[in-house]
Write a protein that binds this ligand. Sequence first.
Ligand code: KG4
Ligand code: ZN
Length: 333
Amino acid sequence: MSKYILAIESSCDETSMSIVKNGHIEISTVTLSQMDIHANYGGVVPEIASRNHIENITLVYEELLKKSKMNINDIDYIAVTYAPGLSGSLLVGIQFAKTLSFVYNKPLIKVHHIAGHIYANRLFGEFKFPLLALVVSGGHTDIIKMTGHYKFDYLGSTVDDAIGEAYDKVARIIGLSYPGGPGIDKISKMGKHTYNLPTPMDDDSYNFSFSGLKSATINLVHNEKQRGNEINKEDLARSFQEVAINIIVKKVVKALKESKLKQLVVAGGVSANTYLRCRLKEECDKLGVELLIPDIKYCTDNAAMIGCAAYYAKDNGNITDLNLNAISQEKLI
Ligand code: KG4
Ligand code: ZN
């Protein structure tokens, strides 16, 4: 029998709700982004984010029911992102989810945001286990092995900055607006890899480190400015991007080979990056590995991915009660 999940995502600066059928069919999604508001401050301001979620959430809910032509009584489960993220932002979604669960007597499913990013891929294909998941976002750079649905085994993570964070900081120093990843991606297409930047953590582990590369890029800009030299932004963006992405691709290829995995699933905001997509496609083709990667629209935060993950989370101990609280930092296990 078909199962319909109404999912809520509010961990950062998007208020998003979606109805997903059977963990992979998107019925409708409504997302209100606050990106333009936060762009004025060069990053997400937590207090402003939570206030905007409060203002938006009821509008998003009403619009979702209208768009989907469904009634709340047609829904089987309510799902919500509970970790990780900004506490105030998470709490708005959680409170709304608990209210729906209580008033309409629907079971509540808690979903980890990173599981959501990984499960965005279920909108585009089947998972074939064991598989390798690469998570590249504003807060994460993780290589995870999955042996079954909602079974996660960490092979490596960043020891400092996440890849998206490094993109955003480098973008800021060369005068691109927040979020900086799309800007660097765009201008690097017009540049050449001419600047000499250090390859970070080029070792045998599956861990990453991006703070040294970020600082080296920022220092290079400062030094050139002090000497009165112009920076070629396109070339610098290209150089940074190639160094940062190539080390990720190198470690992913090593993990695929060593664990003899046949599918790579890519997730998170940075998976929208054109250079990363192209490099992973090349390498997967060479290895005979199937590559699953969401359409650009589903790489960044959205509730459809939470609705997909929730379908599998519910069978793995994630049905929860009304004591559910927000957790700002929690590893996916
Ligand atoms: O997954 P996401 O929407 O939010 C988090 O959960 O962190 O990811 C946001 C990150 C930002 O750092 C943004 O700059 C980056 O994804 N991003 C990109 C691109 N599009 C978004 N980074 C590189 N290239 C892109 N095309
Ligand atoms: Zn995210």
